[in-house]
Design a protein around this ligand. Sequence first.
Ligand code: COA
Length: 320
Amino acid sequence: MTTRIIGTGRSVPSRKVTNDDLAKIMDTSDEWIYTRTGIHNRHLVETETTTDMAADAAKQAMEKAGVGSEEIELIIVGTVSGDMCYPSTACLVQERIGAVNAVAYDISAGCSGFLFALNAAHAYISSGVYKCALVLGAETLSKMMDWSDRSTCVLFGDGAGAAVVKADATGIKAITQHSDGAGGGVLTCENRASNNPYVKNEITLPYTKMAGQDVFKFAVKMVPRCIQDVVEKAGMSVEDVDYFLLHQANKRIIESVSKRLNVPIEKFPTNIEHYGNTSAASIPILLDELNSAGTFKKGDVIVMSGFGAGLTWGATLLEW
Ligand code: COA
C-alpha cells in the first residue's frame, strides 16, 4: 500500500505586487529582479492570515478529492510562518474545516516543508497507521522580511497549497530527505530573545537573513543529486520522469538543475513569475495549478523536490 494524491487546492492573497510596485518603495527594478530570479510579481497579505489561506486551500483539496472533513485522520502543515507560536497552524486548520477525527501538527523544514509533510503522511499511510491525510504548505513570509533589505525581501511571496492523500495501490514510489544543520547559517530567522527576569536582552524584531549566493550554490549542487537518488530508488531513470516540480525559489536554479540532469527544461513547469518564492507553499501551489489545468494523465511520473532553510532538501517520486 502506498500514498496517492487525490485532491489539491491553493490560495494566495488578493494583493498582487509587481516588481515595478516595489521599485516605487525601494531601490530596485523589474530588470534586476526578473533577470536574476524570473519573478515578475508576488502576492502579499493585507487582511489574510496563514491559517485563512491554508484553510481555503484545504477546503478546495477536500472538495476535489470528494473527501469529507470527518474522514481526515491526519493534518500536517509545513510552515515557518504560522499565525501563532502555538497552537500549530495544523490545529487551527483542523478547527476551521471541522476535521474532528484528525491529529494535527506542523513541520518546520523551511521551503522543504510541504515535501517533508507529504513524506511523513506517506510513512504513516504506507505502514497502515492512517488511511487519509491532509498535507499543506502555508506561509506568510512577508511578515518575516526586513523590508529595508532589498536583496532578500523582493524574492518572497505569501500563499498556501494543499493535497489530500489516501492509501492506494498507486502513488508514491520513492522518497529521499536530507538535513545539514551545520550549513543552516546561510538562511535564518531568529526567534524572539529570552526575556525572563534573569537575562538582559534587547527586544528586537527578528527578520530573515540570507547569504543568497551560498543558498544558490547549495541548491544547484544538492537538488540534482537527490533527484538522481530518488529516481534510482524507484528503479527508473530521469528520462522516465514526465514532470519535475521543483520548489520555486529562482528560475536560474531550476534551469541549472535541468542542465545538470540533462533533462529538457520543458519538463520543469514553473510559476515563480507570478508568486515569487512562497517557501513551503510553492510546490503544492504549482501542483494544484497543473492538476486543475488537467495536465497530469494517469500513469505520469512526477518528481517533486524541495530545498531550503535548515538546511533541508529532498525529493519524492510518484506515479499519478
Ligand atoms: N535590486 C537592485 N539591486 C540589488 C538588489 C535589488 N533588489 N539586491 C541586491 N542588489 C545589488 C547588490 O547590492 C549588489 O550590488 P553591488 O554589486 O553594487 O554590491 C548587486 O545587486 C549584486 O548582488 P548579488 O547579491 O551579487 O546578486 P546575485 O547575482 O547573487 O543575486 C540573489 C542575488 C539573491 C538573486 C541570488 O543570489 C539568489 O537567487 N540566491 C538564491 C536565493 C534563494 O533562492 N533563496 C531561497 C532558497 S529556499
